[in-house]
Design a protein around this ligand. Structure first.
Ligand code: LLP
Length: 421
């Protein structure tokens, strides 16, 4: 459940009408609902009540400082994948002992920053990284708490671009080699192996791939312990899918997910880390956009809006479905007709939906692209010299601009002419 509902015919985020925000900040803009963020976080955390678990929100899904802070106030930690995200997490007040750092290509600089900050855990994805980390930790006179990220070679049955746990994917250490590498890590100076990590993909709609991966983790833990090695922690990544409004099939709930975790791994005597992103923020955000033109083509009706693929790239990049609704509630029984909703960017891929049944629309109308809280603003670019749009956080009857709109001049200011021009 989220908190974007029509109130007196006006689509609202909690108690604030989106049209009022549009009036204030212009369009396009992202709006997030605090109550939804809190509810989704709490749901997830409560599902693991019976286990020793830390929920490290995956900052990449939505890295706005105010969003992170909202979740931190509820007890969240952070999963970060770059020096930039580490800095954000620290700036948002995430306790260092609740920060984990994942990613296949952490640079020496990033590893050193993470060590100096004293974060809870670095998820190492290769032997090469393990060796670099050992050298850096020694240099700094610090000890790195390491979880080895394992690639369990499991098909997550999700979009190919966001599948991460198959043998052919770049992530993690092959599960067949993890035992050997863990043993090696134990003997490396500056390294303290604390456990294993796994993340098999995003927008997972089924439990079976999680189960398959976790059974492999269980077997690995048994093998490592049989060799006298210590395994204190399991980081089970993120990946739980959310409904985008395109299918009647219900998504698994955090409670169903927790049942699988408990059943497969609950008796291992380890502490757990989870890295949910989308399931916390996805349905807590909308992208509000204004219709610029309705163009009647020879064979199709194009609704051209002022948001584009640079603001929300998911439809263009993953053929993702997002429900799109008018901000002014359509009259009951209003006739619908098919239309393509497209942005102004000069690519055919700049299409939010095709042949969607829509109530009558005209220039100036507002639309809300739903489920845009995850991988929306955080993946935005300035392609076509379109400045990043504002992000607005709503809390009950209040709202605040938590990132201002960039101006074209902000972009131009970053650039310099070389001497020879
Ligand atoms: N942990 C790791 C190591 C990850 O790589 C990811 C996401 C997560 C946690 C969080 O996964 P989530 O719970 O959000 O599924 N841009 C794509 C999704 C990319 C996911 C990348 N990794 C999209 O818009 O669908």
């Amino acid at each position: 459940m989220d908190h974007f509902q029509y109130q007196n015919g006006r689509l609202s985020a909690e108690d604030v009408a989106l049209a009022d925000i549009a009036e204030d900040v212009g369009t396009p803009f992202y709006a997030y609902s605090t109550a939804t963020l809190e509810r989704h976080f709490q749901n997830f955390a409560d599902a693991f009540d019976g286990l020793d678990a830390t929920v490290c929100y995956s900052v990449k899904a939505n890295s706005n400082l105010a969003v992170i802070r909202t979740l931190v106030n509820r007890g969240a930690g952070a999963d970060v994948v770059s020096g930039g995200e580490l800095k954000r997490a620290l700036a948002a007040g995430v306790p260092v002992d609740k920060i984990v750092f994942s990613g296949v290509g952490k640079t020496d600089h990033e590893l050193a920053d993470a060590l100096r900050a004293g974060i809870a855990q670095i998820n190492v994805e290769s032997e090469e990284e393990l060796e670099s980390l050992s050298a850096i930790a020694q240099d700094l006179g610090l000890e790195a708490k390491v979880a080895l990220r394992v690639n369990p070679d499991v098909d997550a049955n999700t979009h190919a671009k966001i599948t991460t746990g198959k043998g052919e994917n770049k992530f993690g250490i092959e599960w067949t080699r993890a035992h050997e590498v863990y043993g090696k890590a134990t003997n490396l100076p500056g390294i303290r192996p604390v456990g294993l990590a796994v993340h098999i993909g995003s927008q997972l709609s089924e439990m079976q791939p999680f189960r398959d991966a976790y059974v492999r983790m269980r077997d690995l833990v048994a093998m490592l312990r049989a060799d006298g090695l210590t395994v204190e922690r399991l980081d089970l990544g993120g990946g739980l899918g959310i409904p985008y409004g395109d299918s009647a099939e219900p998504m698994p709930t955090p409670a169903e997910y927790a049942d699988v975790v408990t059943e497969v791994l609950g008796d291992l005597g380890v502490s757990f880390t989870f890295e949910p992103g989308r399931v916390i923020v996805g349905n807590a955000g909308v992208l509000v956009t204004r219709v610029v033109y309705v163009k009647e083509g020879a064979t199709r009706r194009f609704v051209i809006v002022d948001a584009a693929m640079n603001d929300l790239v998911r439809p263009a990049m993953y053929d993702a479905f997002h429900e799109i609704v008018p901000v002014a509630e359509p009259a009951e029984g209003a006739q619908t007709s098919p239309a393509d909703i497209v942005g102004p960017v000069c690519e055919t891929g700049d299409t939010f939906c095709k042949d969607r049944a829509l109530a009558p629309l005209q220039a100036g109308d507002l639309l809300a692209i739903r489920s845009a809280g995850a991988y929306g603003a955080s993946m935005a670019s300035t392609y076509n010299t379109r400045p990043l749009v504002p992000e607005v956080l709503v809390n009950g009857g209040e709202y605040a601009v938590v990132r201002r709109r960039l101006e074209v001049d902000d972009l131009l200011d970053l650039e310099r002419q070389p001497d020879w021009l």
